[in-house]
Write a new protein. Structure first.
Length: 279
């Protein structure tokens, strides 16, 4: 429940507080319409999808629907016509299937918010290696989409990113150390990627703004690399379900004064580190 509320609050903050333009700039306007190149990109994105829930019923290229800023799930900058928000999150009864092609969205260069979570990609695409092209992204939620392959190191180039959720895919390989460059990141969830392996990069300890970290139910191994002073704002830490992760000493855990949620079940050597529970 706590993590759900955090997601909701964070999404609202992305929509209302963290944009660099006034909120009125996201409202539809009869004077500034969407950019033709971006509309074409969105229509290409739609082509690969099966939409049994009519989520994209407004995405049409006829005379009365050419302004993509008025399409469902899209908000634009009223001053430029750029697509800034693309929110097509699915739900239990309403979701998209088919080929979820992030390549089709490359031209949305001013997008700040992208949520495609809880849809299902039958094509089993890899996460786009050019994800670093979305330089203005602050919020990225691709959880439970069925992407596979390695986490692209180019994500480390998204210097404005504050929220990253890749939970529940089929990602494999190691966590790229370049994620430690995301100095503004507050929320990171890579859990339930059952083939994600290797050690936790020590570079993630540099994420001084991080408040939520979930690496639960992966194949991560080795010692948790963080030291006293790392992740000082962390209030939710979930590493459970990783049988090969270990805790070497308790000083770092004891130093997390903001911590309210902790999940370390299945870590093998906790029996030798229980004194930190007094924190």
């Amino acid at each position: 429940m706590a993590s759900f509320l955090l997601k909701v609050l964070f999404a609202l903050s992305m929509l209302l507080l963290h944009t660099q333009v006034p909120i009125h700039a996201f409202m539809s306007s009869s004077h500034v319409k969407c950019i033709e190149r971006e509309r074409d990109s969105l229509l290409n994105f739609k082509q690969g999808l099966t939409d049994r829930s009519a989520m994209l019923s407004t995405w049409r290229d006829d005379d009365s629907n050419r302004d993509c800023c008025k399409w469902r799930g899209i908000q634009c900058n009223n001053e430029t016509g750029d697509v800034r928000i693309l929110d097509l999150r699915g739900s239990k009864f309403h979701f998209l299937t088919g080929s979820i092609s992030l390549t089709s969205l490359i031209d949305l260069t001013n997008m700040e918010y992208l949520d495609l979570s809880n849809n299902f990609d039958y094509s089993r695409k890899q996460l786009l290696q050019h994800m670093g092209s979305f330089k203005k992204l602050r919020y990225l939620n691709l959880s439970n989409v069925n992407f596979y392959g390695r986490i692209p190191y180019e994500l480390g180039n998204l210097s404005k990113l504050q929220y990253l959720d890749l939970k529940g895919n089929s990602l494999n390989g190691a966590i790229p150390s370049q994620l430690g460059k995301l100095a503004s990141l507050q929320y990171l969830d890579l859990s339930e990627n059952y083939y994600l392996e290797g050690e936790i990069p020590y570079q993630l300890g540099k994420l001084s703004e991080l408040k939520y970290l979930n690496f639960g139910f992966t194949l991560l191994s080795g010692a948790i690399p963080f030291k006293v002073g790392n992740l000082p704002l962390l209030h939710s830490l979930r590493l459970g379900g990783n049988f090969d992760l270990t805790v070497n000493g308790a000083k770092w855990l004891s130093s997390l004064s903001s911590l309210t949620t902790l999940g370390l079940d299945s870590l093998t050597n906790l029996a030798y580190s229980r004194h930190w529970l007094q924190m």
